[in-house]
Design a protein around this ligand. Sequence first.
Ligand code: SF4
Length: 323
Amino acid sequence: MIVTYSRNVFIPLTRSCRNKCWYCGFRVENADLMDRDSIKMLLERARGAKEALFTFGERPDQLNPEMKKILRALGYSELLDYVVDMNKLAIALGFLPHTNAGVLEKSELLKLKPFNASLGLMLEQAVELECHSESPGKKPELRIRTIRTAGKLKIPFTTGILVGIGEKEYERAYSLEVIAELHKEFGHIQEVIIQNFKPKKGTKMENFPEPTTEEMLKTVRLARQILPKDVAIQIPPNLVNDIYPFLKAGANDLGGISEVTPDYINPEANWPSIEQIKKALRGEFVLRERLPVYPKFVKLKLFGSAVSELIEVYSDDDGYCRS
Ligand code: SF4
């Protein structure tokens, strides 16, 4: 059985965010934006990786006047225009962007679509939770609407659930059912991340218990039962002790792995090396590098028009990354 991963570079464009999730150790209060030169340097250090993962705080320019000033000084009136230009920079340097910008409207998805191999947004959970009470962008209906709109626009999409943030077991099942229904309607979900909550010092949930390995395995099994077979299940290999039982439980993707950047959301958790991963497969699974757009969508040519030349170069006949 094939297990996939994507060689990536993580670009935390901004840590400013309009939301205040109680478990978040990524967000900063002040306005903050990576400049073009820093992004270029990061990309140049990551040569060989194919995916440029742009993950950042949601709509920081909406509430933070300082952020607006920074953008204006760079000649932009909106954050998303800057993101598009940084997507273009990544493409020029040979990377395939995958952007996770939070809740987006149709016009905003259309703005990003041509310059991205795929887009993403964690659903987290499809129910209202106390830990999201200060996060307007974590309203389930807004996130579901973004995923639905991406489906209507035929954008290959990554989503996922965050496990252990106060939801009940049946609510996890419900969240997975919501994702399954969206995929049945539009066929655009390429992967669902099953991510375990990890407490961060200095956050409101620093003493909140992490989900156990057994709970996580149960959730992966549940996901495999609920999600259509053509949707991959991703387990972050830096957040679990041993990937093998998760692969046996139905996970078949390990997400982005970087040789040059940490997991900025969980900086305490180092990426395993490819050699370590291969060893953990115990000869039962075959590891294959994929692009940030899954083989099925490569074959359907459902990716941004500006990345088509790179995908032509990077993909093999099966739609995986050419070795
Ligand atoms: S988890 Fe994401 S959305 Fe929530 S505060 Fe942190 S950066 Fe913002």
